[in-house]
Write a protein that binds this ligand. Structure first.
Ligand code: ADP
Ligand code: MG
Length: 766
């Protein structure tokens, strides 16, 4: 795609005056009406003029005479647009740039259900409906397949930001949240984020698939989760090429593919405490993104609030920095979403005005490709050095063995080396045979020689193993570096390549036409026709009336726009006020608790310990300092225990001897409990019941004998209906029953021998 490259560079020269500045490219895509919307009788309020890049929205609230709201973008795609079309026209040039060492970012912005995920991922199984991400995979790997004299290294990461927490989607069951860190040379990065080296298109597709699975797993409600979280797929493309100076030059392009959270307002219902925190966090990143865009476009603000959210910090370069950026604003066509659609379009037209300063990342410090190349070179030199040493050795000790000239290529040397080791092995075997067959040698001598041979053999074996290990390492590293035509099976033929070029040219043509049209319109509006000559006064009047009408309509539209913006602003402000009020309430409560329930001294201590953690962006309490002033902890709150020279605590000589001699805990410094098992002195078998005086026993017996035939029995087993009834029956005849006692046994079974102690009074079932 040389044409496009040329075109891009031309444009850059024109646009940025050599500085390479360019604007964020904004395209709008409207999805088709869905079945639900048609069934509900919603009308379409969006009109799109694709060749001119214009969207018109006729608000459902406005009068039919009101002019529609008009927005112009770099490109617009209506409900008939195909994924391929978007890719060829809009995204392909960006991915081409990434392959040449630029950073690139694609944002999908819009209300939930308008096609953000459809645009970014699409339906992977259907080639026609594949989104940007899979199409970019194809693009990247076919580019590599066609390249020559270049080495590539492709890495992929996938992360998600949900409620201001970053989660690695490529780690299974990742409960751990990742931190953002900053380095002065390479900027903001996510600490411990997994990067997978992808050697083929299937591998990178697998990476995406795994990430998507993990995203779904973490969510209790997938729909809600995906509409409230940002997913970022990151592809890093590093390439190296032999420069004219004879050295390898590395270029690195990083591509962020961002599926943003739904832009709709989050309802903050009954929020307090944790709920409130949650509600304010959900769209924090998105509103911070809006603030960053506003600040960038404003031109007056010197401070851009990148640090307000994780998303804006991570994608700082994409907005106003070193990156080529495209924003896709997704909208729905129906009257039902009219307000949201307008909000999205306004947001998007603001983003159009952001200037970026993309540049090719030449020889970056953190290039992994360079590391790999260095590693390979080092390992290879290790391998060849061994060979050289051996050769020298051989020349000194065994001049008989002929050594061939030896290639200068290290690979040849490696091969030779292997042959060489094999030869040595055979020689040893021969020696052994020779020794065994030698009849003249004494047995001891034989054994000695044999063992020395075995030792040598062992040594040789370990050498071979080492060698193989090194070689395997080289092979592994080399397999990760991709070269044109070799590693990639996906070999597109020349025809297809031409076809792609044709499509690219066509897309380019379309783009240029649109730009031309837009420029023309702008100029037409601006030039004053007064300068032109008119043949008659009448003609002049007509022309000027026409112009006036046009201008008046424009004025009306702008006035309406102001009103709309004010409305939007007011609703935004009430929303923020609401949040602020809630937060103030929360703060007042906390202050109340502090004032009334925390002693002033404690409060002071806590305040002196509190500090703001820049990395995690929250307040933390410093550890209570241990140790005395000399240790650096001048404001120590915990005193340190004095140390003894010999043991943990000061112990006198006397105490030591006593402790050694006796078990008296009095002299033990620690572990004063005696933990030896103490067997019980008596067992239950020895136990004998108490003696009961015969008189008492007789009295008891008399008391337990029922009078008359009244037998009351109570079943105490829990919940037994029978027993309840029995109890009631017993209770029902209280008059006759003077002494309501129960007996364990009927009177006839009275024991002859009195028990030593009273048996339990039987609560026995009937
Ligand atoms: P979002 O990610 O913005 O919430 P989705 O991408 O999930 O929205 O899209 C919602 C539905 O609309 C999906 O079923 C998707 O297939 C469909 N859809 C979105 N855009 C298009 C389009 N341009 N053409 C056809 N179907 C679309
Ligand atoms: Mg989605």
């Amino acid at each position: 795609s040389n044409v496009m490259v040329q075109y891009e560079e031309d444009k850059m020269k024109k646009g940025g005056g050599g500085s390479g500045a360019e604007n964020v490219k904004v395209v709008v895509r409207c999805r088709p009406m869905n079945r639900q919307e048609t069934a509900d009788g919603n009308s379409r309020v969006v009109e799109m003029d694709v060749p001119r890049g214009v969207v018109e929205v006729r608000s459902s609230k406005s009068l039919p005479t009101d002019p529609p709201k008009i927005f112009t973008f770099d490109a617009v795609y209506d409900w008939n647009s195909k994924q391929d079309e978007l890719y060829d026209e809009t995204f392909r040039p960006l991915i081409d740039s990434v392959l040449r060492g630029f950073n690139g970012t694609i944002f999908a912005y819009g209300q939930t259900g308008t096609g953000k995920t459809y645009t970014m991922e699409g339906i992977a199984s259907d080639p026609e409906q594949r989104g940007v991400i899979p199409n970019a995979f194809n693009h990247i790997f076919s580019h590599i397949a066609r390249s020559s004299n270049q080495q590539f290294l492709i890495r992929a990461s996938y992360l998600e930001i949900y409620q201001e927490e970053i989660r690695d989607l490529l780690v299974k069951d990742s409960k751990k949240y990742l931190e953002l860190k900053e380095r002065p040379d390479t900027g903001v990065y996510v600490k411990d984020l997994q990067q997978f080296v992808c050697k083929s298109i299937t591998e990178i597709q697998h990476v995406m698939h795994v990430g998507n699975q993990n995203r779904a797993v973490g969510a209790t409600n997938m729909n809600q989760h995906s509409s409230r979280s940002h997913a970022i797929f990151i592809v890093t493309v590093e390439s190296s090429e032999l420069g004219q100076d004879g050295a390898q030059h590395v270029k690195a392009g990083k591509m962020n593919l961002v599926d943003l959270a739904g832009s709709e307002r989050q309802a903050k219902t009954g929020s307090s405490g944790e709920r409130l925190k949650e509600a304010t966090k959900i769209n924090l990143s998105l509103s911070a993104l809006g603030n960053v865009i506003s600040a960038l476009v404003d031109g007056k603000s010197s401070h851009i609030p990148y640090r307000d959210s994780k998303l804006t910090r991570l994608l700082q370069d994409s907005l106003g920095g070193n990156s080529k950026t495209i924003m896709v604003a997704n909208i729905g066509p129906s009257s039902f979403n009219c307000d949201e659609t307008l909000v999205t379009l306004r947001y998007a037209s603001r983003a159009k005005k952001i200037h970026n300063k993309p540049k090719i990342n030449q020889d970056p410090k953190d290039a992994i490709l360079r590391e790999y190349q260095d590693d390979i070179a080092r390992l290879k030199s290790q391998l060849s050095q061994k060979l050289v040493k051996k050769k020298k050795k051989r020349k000194g000790h065994a001049p008989g063995v002929d050594s061939d000239g030896g290639g200068t290529e290290s690979e040849e040397e490696l091969a030779e080396d292997e042959v060489d080791l094999e030869q040595q092995k055979q020689q040893l075997e021969q020696q052994r045979q020779h020794i065994l067959n030698d009849q003249h040698m004494i047995e001891e001598e034989k054994q000695r020689l044999l063992s020395s041979v075995t030792d040598k053999e062992r040594e040789l074996n370990t050498k071979v193993a080492e060698h193989q290990q090194l070689e395997a390492q080289v092979v592994l590293l080399e397999s990760r570096l991709l070269c044109g035509g070799k590693n990639i099976i996906d070999h597109t033929n020349e025809q297809q390549r031409e076809l792609e070029q044709q499509r690219g040219k066509l897309a380019d043509q379309k783009r240029r036409e649109r730009e031309m049209l837009q420029r023309l319109e702008k100029e037409e509006d601006n030039t004053c026709e007064i300068a032109s000559t008119f043949t008659s006064l009448q003609q002049e009047v007509e022309a000027k009336t026409h112009k006036l009408k046009k201008m008046f309509a424009r004025l009306q539209a702008v006035k309406q726009e102001i009103v709309d913006l004010q409305d939007e602003f007011i609703s935004d402000r009430t929303d923020m006020q609401q949040t602020q009020e809630d937060l103030t309430k929360e703060l007042k409560l906390k202050t109340l608790i502090i004032e009334n329930f925390i002693p002033p001294d404690e409060k002071k201590k806590i305040i002196s310990r509190a500090y703001f953690d820049e990395d995690e962006e929250c307040w933390k309490l410093r550890e209570l300092m241990r140790g005395n002033g000399s240790n650096g902890g001048s404001n120590s709150s915990v005193l340190k225990r004095p140390v003894s020279s010999s043991s943990r605590r000061p112990v006198s000589e006397y105490a030591k001897t006593q402790a050694a001699l006796h078990h008296n805990p009095r002299f033990k410094g620690e572990n004063i409990m005696l933990l030896d098992l103490d067997p019980p002195a008596r067992t239950t078998r020895d136990w004998e019941g108490p003696e009961v005086a015969p008189q008492v026993a007789a009295a008891l017996q008399a008391a337990l004998t029922p009078i008359g035939d009244e037998v009351i029995s109570i079943d105490a087993s829990f919940g037994s209906l029978k027993s309840v009834r029995g109890a009631r029956v017993a209770g029902a005849r209280p008059k006759r029953n003077r002494r309501p006692v129960s007996s364990q046994r009927p009177p006839s079974h009275q024991p002859d021998v009195l028990p030593y102690y009273p048996k339990s009074r039987g609560l026995v079932p009937k």
